[in-house]
Design a protein around this ligand. Sequence first.
Ligand SMILES: Cc1cc2nc3c(=O)[nH]c(=O)nc-3n(C[C@H](O)[C@H](O)[C@H](O)COP(=O)(O)OP(=O)(O)OC[C@H]3O[C@@H](n4cnc5c(N)ncnc54)[C@H](O)[C@@H]3O)c2cc1C
Length: 363
Amino acid sequence: MVKSWDVIIVGGGIVGLSLSLALHKRGARVLLVERGEPGREASHAAAGMLADSGFEMPAALEALARASARMYPEFVHELQDESGIKVDLRDQGTLLFPAAEAVHDPQGLSANHPLPAPLRDLEPAVADADRPALFLPERSVDPRALSAAALKAAKHRGVDISSGSAVRNLLESHGRAEGVATDRADYYAPIVVNCAGAWAGQLPPLEFPTRPVKGQMLCLAGRDFVRHVIRAPEVYLVPRSDGRILIGSTLEEAGYDKRVDADVIHRMHAAAVALCPSLAHSRLLEAWAGLRPGTPDGLPLLGPTSKPGYFVAAGHFRDGILLAPVTATVMAQVVTGVKPEHEIAPFSPARFAGLAGLGTPGP
Ligand SMILES: Cc1cc2nc3c(=O)[nH]c(=O)nc-3n(C[C@H](O)[C@H](O)[C@H](O)COP(=O)(O)OP(=O)(O)OC[C@H]3O[C@@H](n4cnc5c(N)ncnc54)[C@H](O)[C@@H]3O)c2cc1C
């Protein structure tokens, strides 16, 4: 007897893990296949800003991003409940220091997003208390804890997880997906969802145009230096409730290279210290790099592919942590034949129809 599932998910980042939970809730028997350890790639590297206010985001993504941000408290509540892992959802908000050109914006950005108090009271550690700043009511989360909680909840609910085996190929029968071939074995399901992040385009037979966009980060041991997420053009700071402060990040086209460059880390550290001089004496805890799943138009790939039974949920670029709950919801709906509650047509892989096999979605 060959064991089979209703759905196989390729990739155990936050997108694959969240989708496995949403599908399981809808009664599907799910196998998640992860090449390494679940939650150790981009979802481990992320800062965890839930930046849904529309700054630095393609306009086509704003509605989906806002919907996902609204889902976050419930999403986190369920994961914490089921896993016993705290994921540090913070709602102190974001202080955005706009680029110089935006400060003179005739639309008056600051009028729409005024600070609730003088900057020196909100964040005494910021060196320049007269710097123009906006307040955005955005949350943040600890993505490592979030992935760990999602993994534990998935195991707890009975999602099957195969770690340490890479999917090499889609298995097909009469032109439909019927499973995946891995290093270890062949696994069968009538539905396969590619959630392989920056590697989604490497899985034959369809060549999704995903590419890795490297981001380097560092983390300091803090002492409540800042309360808000601070986003400045030169660097951003993301505080955690245990006192750590994350500093990021670069946007580099460097292929699949995840090496950390000491000079880059030094430059980001210097920029953070210029912003908040009291960080100068904080201990460096860690520096790392991760690979964002980029796409040519900066939008994710969500929905059915031209190969019946084969779906994709990848390419979330800088916002995959933010977009995880809404992605899981709409993809679970699409995969189980339910009309998605949010419009996903702009994210169809068919928009890249000129590329190998990415034609009109099949039945
Ligand atoms: C430095 C940095 C900062 C970021 N900050 C933020 C932020 O503040 N807010 C935000 O919302 N987002 C942020 N992001 C983006 C976010 O991390 C990603 O969009 C998100 O993690 C993508 O999740 P994913 O599950 O698609 O990809 P991943 O987490 O990369 O997971 C993909 C998984 O697929 C597996 N895989 C690949 N190929 C195969 C195969 N053939 N077989 C089996 N498994 C396979 C990989 O091993 C990996 O575990 C940041 C990213 C970086 C790098």
